[in-house]
Design a protein around this ligand. Structure first.
Ligand SMILES: [Zn+2]
Length: 324
């Protein structure tokens, strides 16, 4: 039994859609990808956890910087330098072929993504620049959104403004995935009304499984699934069960809920939020622990095909379709 889940995990391409390594990195300079560290993420533990594709998040606190766009470029510079310190164990991927080539070499593919519309500095041209640097998804808002898109903690009537529609057009044109995690309900509905594009929620749970405002309601989950998008299962205890204590069972509750709601696992992916969360579920303490989730899926009766989809091929399907 033990062997079986380990084999499934090893032969799957494991994709985590949301890792906040950079957030810990900028506040603790000793926290580096190449070395074992006290936080959730480093190259040795990514390998131990069988992670093949890691999305690295560039994020700024909306109240911490005046020029978020310049700061985002600085953060990308730091991330690239940190990856370079890993002696070729991690390589940046900008398209699907890059990912496959890197994974075939048994290296880890890193994909850059940005969390929060503030990072584009209210200038469409900056989206092009960030795309050139490797951005392959943009989370439209963080908890506090922008003047053009509402976040989870904003006024519930705040929707998507005209400029937000231009942002969406630009993302669609370039082939950048639209991430709606953190986006408030009104703005999410506006996004879905404005564009037919496939959208993703990189680190969210199901509101039906736990009533957190960071989770997606049934209607939105079904619509994301209908468009062929994915929802990255998040590991943050508060989103899982509204407390500071959670286990893998709580993560499974959300996965089971979404599977039952949509009738299949095709919209289920992983979005741990490691290094962006101060507490973690028991059994999922850092990036080396992903095999424990595979074991839970296996024990629950998910087929090998379903587990492989959840671990990575669902996310890769969307990435390939949108980013090329
Ligand atoms: Zn987040």
């Amino acid at each position: 039994m033990e062997n079986t889940y380990k084999k499934i995990h090893q032969s799957a391409i494991v994709v985590d859609l949301h890792n906040d390594y950079m957030e810990e990195r900028v506040h603790h300079s000793e926290h580096r990808l190449y070395a074992n560290n006290k936080h959730h993420t480093d190259v040795a533990r990514l390998k131990e956890g069988g992670v093949n594709v890691q999305f690295f998040v560039i994020w700024t606190r909306p109240d911490e910087h005046d020029d978020h766009f310049s700061r985002s470029l600085e953060l990308i510079d730091i991330l690239e330098a940190d990856i370079a310190e890993c002696k070729g164990e991690i390589e940046i991927a900008k398209n699907y072929n890059d990912i496959i080539k890197i994974v075939d070499k048994e290296k880890i593919a890193a994909v850059l993504c940005l969390e929060g519309g503030q990072l584009i500095g209210n200038d469409i041209e900056n989206i092009n620049k960030l795309y050139q640097r490797g951005m392959r998804y943009l989370t439209l808002a963080w908890n506090y959104g922008t003047d053009w898109c509402g976040g989870a903690n904003d006024n519930e009537n705040k929707g998507l403004a005209e400029f937000g529609k231009q942002v969406i057009d630009c993302l669609n044109q370039l082939g950048v995935m639209i991430d709606v995690s953190h986006v408030n309900k009104k703005s999410l509905e506006d996004v879905l009304n404005y564009t037919d594009a496939t959208v993703i929620a990189t680190h969210s749970g199901a509101y039906g499984a736990n009533n957190s405002k960071r989770n997606l309601n049934d209607e939105h989950i079904k619509e994301i699934a209908r468009r062929g998008g994915v929802i990255g299962s998040v590991f943050y205890p508060y989103f899982l069960n509204n407390t500071d204590k959670a286990t893998i069972k709580d993560v499974m509750n959300h996965i089971n809920y979404i599977r039952n709601l949509t009738g299949n696992v095709d919209c289920i992916a992983l979005g741990s939020d490691f290094d962006g969360i101060d507490i973690t579920p028991v059994g999922l303490e850092n990036v080396s622990k992903f095999p424990n989730l595979t074991k839970a899926l296996f024990d629950e009766g998910y087929t090998i095909d379903e587990i492989t989809k959840i671990l990575g091929t669902n996310a890769l399907r969307v990435f390939k379709n949108i980013c090329g």
